[in-house]
Ligand binder design. Structure first.
Ligand code: AGP
Length: 577
């Protein structure tokens, strides 16, 4: 909305940089602006379907993150009342619905939005204004995240704190059902019942340097290289090398229940699910508590058996993943104790759970999760050791060794990062492949899964992660001279078996890239390429083994000219179901 009283809308398909090019050098002065990078649900990605959406008579302009599930029914009703639609989106239906109520009722926009939302089934984070009153922005949230940044004489509205942390560190987190009216004079926050709420301003501790690219070409590379520091941040105040002690303050109130747990259910999606698998192995090994790891999306849509004495632990970087949020709500409704390991302070999942651990990895901007994964695994290792100590399932000596192992991780990752050029060279050997296979056993199986996910999401090369021993039950049929097989083969108790797997792949002319423990001459003789990682016990080995795979994916994607930080079709926070 410009100072000349005119509203201008610019939309285009593609990323934000394309929009910047499209808008070009045109400079506008104004006080209110809204924008949204759309995740296509209804209607293909196109200029027309892009946000903002303007209602038929131009009285309402809005951006919307979420889904209007009953949009068809609403569209039919509005069509009967004379409305026509330019796009295929559900959001345009919402714009027209608000406008219809706004014009017919001759009421303030805030009231029209509130009434319209009572007719909507679905999820939304919404920013709405009318060109008739360019000094007022109405926002609302249900199911999709929304925060207000409070600056000096200005407000920012966003899905999370990352994009606005450059401008302000003071934020107000909206809860489901909340609405706010932002004006020059101040803001008014209300809940579902239209009761005025006192806004609670929180300070976020992310500094500008954390969200700046610095000397790196991409956020993903920056975040991979940040890992020695981010893991130190995760461990700070939680592990004491001198005393040999672990303190997880965020779980203090629930520690007795955790220590006596009959079972633990971990729910997560994507990379966080892989961290959950590492957690399962660690907690079962060290604390002997049965653990089930569930995809949040599957868990919530079947009839899971949840007992009131169950503990359900959500693992999530963003704290906003719709499926994980819904799964934790389901577990809570069945009486289970909801906990979280989460990176974003004050996020929806952290607020929905009664206790948990923040990973403190700092903002992760690259869509491909890297430092958030290692931070999650570091927390899970601390938790497993702590529970093992408290339950007496590990000896004091093993506990002490575990503490030392974890403390040595940052410097060991530093050593792996020195091999960046070597990994780049290996990437040149595989970037033209159409398919790839990632194999690992034991603790290296989740690493193989995560390595495959990293490669597929940013390079678009088909990558499958498999337990190495399962190869003979099917995937072996795929192996020929064109197939890179990435084998995570650290020296653990399955080492001999993995050596046999390497031989099996070579016998079928597959190209082997192996992640091995320093000094492993046996696999070096058989494999086409080897990347060495320092020795570590099972408590810490996954934290090391994933790093070369992150670098490998990065370099392969770069060689293919992919948009590493913003791969196609993906979003950083998946706030749709
Ligand atoms: C990881 O590289 C992906 N971007 C994705 O799998 C991600 O881990 C998943 O969407 C879960 O996100 P969350 O940790 O924020 O819940």
């Amino acid at each position: 909305m410009l100072d000349d009283g005119q509203a201008r809308t610019y939309k285009c398909k593609g990323d934000v940089a394309s929009l910047v090019d499209f808008v070009g050098q045109q400079q506008h002065e104004g006080t209110l602006a809204i924008g949204h990078t759309r995740w296509a649900t209804h209607g293909e990605p196109s200029d027309l379907n892009a946000h903002p959406h303007t209602s038929m008579n131009g009285k309402v302009i809005l951006v919307h993150n979420g889904i209007i599930e009953n949009y068809k029914e609403l569209k039919e009703k509005l069509t009967r009342r004379g409305y026509s639609f330019k796009t295929e989106t559900d959001t345009e239906v919402l714009a027209n619905l608000i406008e219809y109520i706004y014009i017919r009722g001759n009421i303030p926009l805030e009231m029209a939005v509130r009434l319209a939302l009572t007719k909507v089934v679905g999820a939304y984070a919404l920013c709405v204004y009318t060109p008739e009153n360019a000094e007022t922005l109405v926002i609302a949230r249900l199911g999709s995240p929304l925060i207000i940044g409070v600056g000096k004489g200005e407000y920012f509205v966003a899905s999370d704190a990352t994009p606005i942390s450059e401008y302000t560190q003071s934020v107000i987190m909206l809860n489901d059902g909340d609405m706010a009216v932002l004006q020059r004079e101040g803001l008014q926050l209300k809940n579902t019942l239209n009761q005025t709420l006192k806004p609670e301003v929180q300070l976020i501790d992310w500094d500008v340097e954390n969200v700046a690219l610095g000397s790196y070409d991409h956020y993903m590379l920056k975040e991979i290289f940040e890992q020695p520091r981010s893991i130190e941040d995760t461990l700070r105040g939680r592990i004491d090398g001198q005393k040999g002690a672990i303190t997880l303050g965020g779980l203090y109130s629930v520690m007795p229940r955790l220590v006596n747990a009959r079972r633990l259910i971990i729910i997560a999606c994507g990379t966080s699910w892989h961290a959950g698998l590492v957690g399962e192995y660690l907690i079962e090994d060290l604390a002997r508590i049965p653990v089930e790891v569930e995809y949040a999306s599957e868990f919530r849509y079947r009839e899971p058996i949840i007992y009131p004495d169950d503990i359900v632990l959500a693992i999530t970087q963003s704290g906003e993943t719709a499926d994980t949020l819904a799964a934790i709500k389901l577990a809570k409704s069945k009486g289970a104790l909801p906990l979280a390991i989460c990176n974003v302070v004050g996020s929806s999942i952290s607020r929905e759970t009664v206790a948990g651990v923040y990973t403190h990895a700092g903002p992760e901007i690259g869509v491909a999760s890297t430092k958030a994964f290692t931070a999650q695994v570091a927390v899970l290792a601390l938790l497993a050791l702590k529970l093992g100590e408290q339950r007496g399932t590990i000896s004091p000596e093993d506990f002490r060794d575990g503490v030392d192992e974890i403390l040595s991780v940052p410097s060991k990752i530093g050593k792996i990062l020195e091999k960046n050029e070597e990994v780049k060279h290996i990437a040149e050997s595989m970037y033209e492949a159409r398919n790839s296979l990632f194999l690992g056993r034991g603790y290296f199986f989740p690493v193989a899964l995560e390595g495959a996910l990293k490669l597929k999401e940013i390079s678009y090369i088909h990558a499958e992660g498999y337990p190495a021993a399962e190869m003979k039950h099917g995937p072996i049929a795929l192996i020929d001279e064109n197939m890179p097989v990435i084998i995570v083969a650290g020296k653990d108790k399955s080492y001999e078996k993995v050596v046999s797997n390497v031989q099996e792949v070579k016998a079928r002319k597959g190209r082997v890239i192996a992640i091995v423990t320093e000094g492993d001459e046996l696999i070096r003789e058989m494999a086409d390429y080897c990347i060495e990682i320092p020795h570590a016990s099972f408590v810490a080995e996954t934290l090391l083994a994933i790093v070369p795979l992150q670098l490998l994916s990065y370099h392969v994607a770069l060689l293919l000219g992919r948009n590493v930080d913003r791969p196609r079709n993906l979003a950083k926070s998946v706030t749709v179901e």
